[in-house]
Design a protein around this ligand. Structure first.
Ligand code: AKB
Length: 323
């Protein structure tokens, strides 16, 4: 157990698949999953799990010592929509969990940290199309303020205390194993569930609201790549682009495979958050610095989502059909 990894927030949308992938690569004993409550069966059955509160530094240190942890992936966070409802809780979770891990790294209990940032660091004053790596970051959401502050703290600990902390500005992540919760980009996952279950979806964003998105496999690939790169990375937190689409474009792609699918649009308060975010991301710097390249386009991810969700939501029917 020379290089044990601890995932904090392992039961969330990204944490679940990241844990499974890392266990696949490094072996189940080398990756400890933790969260405030238990998660999906696949995750719980694949290796060791600890109940852990990301804001409790002493409890984290105990787990680090118990397993001789060297790397921490801090995936616990409150996302954009929930953070608007509970600003104090969001600030407490998003910032104090980060300080805990940065301080544990500064105190040499761990050697390497991954911390997720987001396209939420951008705001209304940011150039919206092909948003560059270095640009105006004036977010208008509680979540965005926590992410831009987190980026600055990561850079500070890196420069002042030589903490090896790496980060990605995730766009909306699309996946079928674990649902996201409390985000603005969640519509792009919910739409697939509703398309299969009800053949219709009411979008809380306007039809032409484009947002940057990424299929989960690409997000996991990026996360592992930035943690493994031996190159000297210039930035702590990198833009990664993948695809960019509107609810209307996504619905049209789903309709190609489910011709009866219908969408209507009833924008709510989430529209304002989406309007403040970029509609596409320039990730040239990530491509140059650590060879980032996404694989999944809109058509490919739609096919993967529908195929896997049909099995997940109705396993019996799928088995019967395939007999
Ligand atoms: C959210 O919608 O809040 C997140 C994000 C883009 O960071 N998915």
């Amino acid at each position: 157990m020379g290089n044990t990894i601890l995932i904090i927030g392992a039961c969330g949308q990204i944490g679940t698949e990241l844990t499974l992938k890392l266990r696949n690569i490094y072996g189940s004993d080398a990756v400890i999953a933790s969260d405030i409550k238990e998660g999906a069966n696949a995750l719980m059955q694949s290796g060791k799990f600890e109940i852990l509160d990301a804001t409790d530094k002493d409890a984290i240190l105990q787990v680090i010592k118990k397993y001789n942890v060297k790397q921490v992936f801090l995936m616990a966070a409150m996302l954009s929509v929930t953070a608007e409802k509970y600003p104090n809780k969001a600030w407490n979770l998003n910032m104090n969990s980060l300080f805990n891990i940065l301080n544990l790294a500064k105190e040499k209990h761990i050697e390497k940290v991954f911390w997720p940032s987001s396209i939420a660091v951008f705001g209304n004053t940011t150039p919206q199309s092909n948003t560059p790596q270095e640009t105006i970051t004036e977010p208008s959401t509680v979540y965005g303020i926590s992410k831009v502050s987190g980026e600055r703290w990561c850079a500070y600990y890196h420069d002042k205390f030589e903490v090896d902390v790496r980060s990605i500005r995730y766009p909306g992540i699309i996946s079928w194993k674990t649902k996201p919760g409390g985000g603005t980009t969640d519509y792009a996952v919910d739409i697939f569930y509703k398309a299969i279950e009800e053949q219709k979806y009411t979008s809380f964003l306007k039809e032409n609201t484009a947002l940057p998105m990424l299929y989960m496999d690409d997000a996991i690939k990026a996360t592992i790549a930035i943690m493994e790169t031996k190159k000297n990375t210039k930035y702590v937190s990198y833009n990664i682009g993948g695809i960019s689409f509107t609810p209307k474009e996504l619905a049209a792609e789903i309709k190609k495979q489910l011709p009866n699918f219908k969408i209507n649009y009833v924008p709510d308060s989430r529209q304002k958050i989406a309007d403040s975010w970029p509609n596409s991301i320039d990730d040239t710097v990530a491509k140059m610095d650590w060879n980032w390249q996404h694989e999944f386009n809109l058509e490919h991810l739609t096919t993967e989502m529908l195929k896997n969700l049909k099995i997940k939501l109705n396993p019996a029917a799928t088995t019967k059909q395939s007999v």
